[in-house]
Design a protein around this ligand. Sequence first.
Ligand SMILES: Nc1ncnc2c1ncn2[C@@H]1O[C@H](COP(=O)(O)OP(=O)(O)O)[C@@H](O)[C@H]1O
Ligand SMILES: [Mg+2]
Length: 255
Amino acid sequence: MPLLQVHGLSRRFGGVVALDGLELEVRPGTVTGLIGPNGAGKSTAFQCISGVIPPDAGQVLFDGKDITGLRPDRITGAGLVRSFQIARGIPRLTVLENLLLYGPAQPGEGVAAAILRPAAMRAREEALRERAKAVAARLNLTAVLDNQAAALSGGQKKLMEIGRALMAEPRLLLLDEPVAGVNPSLAAEIATHIGTLRDEGLTVLIVEHHMDFVASLCDPVIVMAEGRRLVEGSFADVAADARVQEAYMGGRVHA
Ligand SMILES: Nc1ncnc2c1ncn2[C@@H]1O[C@H](COP(=O)(O)OP(=O)(O)O)[C@@H](O)[C@H]1O
Ligand SMILES: [Mg+2]
């Protein structure tokens, strides 16, 4: 069974049709690519899937369960986690502190629990710290754990952003342009990290414009145009498809 199923997803912004009955599936254990010309609806699809905005129509099933219109924190809690297009994080905090901010939420956490159950709180903090260190190690960030996020290179900021998403213990990770603005060798390094995470059992859906990155990492690749799925297949197959070439050449300008 697919881990993610999107059926008939539609969304307008005023007179603009951003999603027009989108159909897509993500199989477990894949790094699935989502590409398409500017304005195709990729970011809107991510926002509707992750609960940031509600769709006007359609359904999102995660692991067979209907999550359409759930609050983003509920969707994250269920294991579908989105990392953002712009590497954020809190610049003055260290990498470790940035990671710790994104541990999975625990019931009963807060001041009352801290007063009533200090030992349990300490144990949980310690477990979170261990998790943050393990996440950092997987992303080659161990050496900079105690550095301020502001001092990281552009590529390290992107990796920290992926790390923050991993802290939430995702089963499906949505990445919107993880290598935008990153030099080719760092993009290749990020691709390697994502491939390793996939090999360890994570499923990933990626929007990315950097075609070498998509070619090296993503299978299958879904091409969107005008709010719909245009074609799906291996990178080589979709790149050779005349409809895809036309969508990229024409874009929306002529629609
Ligand atoms: N918040 C918004 N308000 C108005 N129009 C929007 C908004 N978000 C997206 N759109 C429009 O919806 C269409 C799809 O946008 P988007 O999902 O960002 O495409 P992509 O990520 O593929 O470039 C575009 O025409 C865009 O201008
Ligand atoms: Mg976009």
